[in-house]
Write a new protein. Structure first.
Length: 255
């Protein structure tokens, strides 16, 4: 038997967990640039680079609940991590809320207008016949935060029929980038990641629940590098990378 054939036979007989060394990470869409940079830094330390699937936290949590073979989950809110943990799918002692974000109102780049976001602010008037781009306010974290803020500020009834819903915060951002909506509600980090939008207003933190990102290793994790990568993500080095992309630290030992 040739060496190549022997190697193939040995490889095919090995458990898949041993062959798939790189962790599979399910991560909130708003983490695209920052988490890819963290993964690159991890790979630079001679580890296999993680495979990362970005989508709305709601969609990812439902996939995990349905048995998707992910190793790590990073959610853009606590409730969707609660959902996964409630179903016994989080490895005990591995859940940590380590990042925070800010909710902002954006418009296409090029304009100069600003909107003071406060109770009763004239968002409906600013929209005119246009649409307000949001992640789905019924399920996606960014949309839920946005609806909560607009409700607290007393303007949701006036704009709810003008909302165009995206399946993730990046979909909502894209509506504004393409000029299909004059305004959109996204995270500050999404606005920083795009040269096609500008921030016209910042929502008060008091208008919505804290925007925090929990990470956890999943109980069905099979990658031997999963725990190492999770620890790297929340390490001082990992947090420093997230800060470069506009995230705020939300970690007991953050400095």
């Amino acid at each position: 038997m040739s060496r190549l054939i022997l190697s193939l036979v040995v490889a095919l007989s090995m458990p898949s967990a041993l062959l798939a060394k790189a962790p599979l990470v399910f991560a909130a869409a708003s983490l695209q640039e920052s988490l890819n940079a963290v993964a690159d830094a991890w790979a630079a330390k001679h580890h296999d680079r993680p495979t990362i699937s970005f989508a709305a936290s709601s969609a990812l949590a439902k996939q995990i609940d349905a048995g998707a073979p992910a190793d790590i989950f990073i959610s853009a809110d606590e409730p969707w991590m609660d959902d996964v943990q409630k179903n016994g799918l989080v490895a005990p002692g591995t859940r940590v809320s380590f990042l925070a974000n800010t909710l902002v109102l954006v418009a296409p780049a090029g304009g100069t207008d600003k909107i003071a976001i406060k109770p009763g602010f004239p968002l409906a008037k600013a929209l005119g016949d246009g649409k307000l781009a949001m992640a789905d306010p019924d399920s996606v974290p960014a949309g839920k935060y946005g609806k909560a803020a607009l409700t607290v500020l007393g303007v949701w009834p006036q704009v709810q029929d003008k909302v165009v819903r995206g399946d993730s915060v990046r979909s909502a951002l894209a509506f504004v980038e393409r000029g299909e909506a004059p305004y959109g509600i996204v995270y500050a980090t999404d606005a920083f990641a795009s040269k096609k939008v500008r921030i016209v207003g910042v929502f008060p933190n008091s208008s919505h629940a804290p925007i925090t990102y929990p990470i956890a290793r999943l109980s069905a994790a099979s990658s031997p590098d999963a725990e190492g990568f999770r620890l790297f993500v929340i390490s001082k080095e990992g947090r420093a990378i997230f800060r470069r992309y506009g995230f705020l630290a939300h970690f007991p030992n953050a400095n």
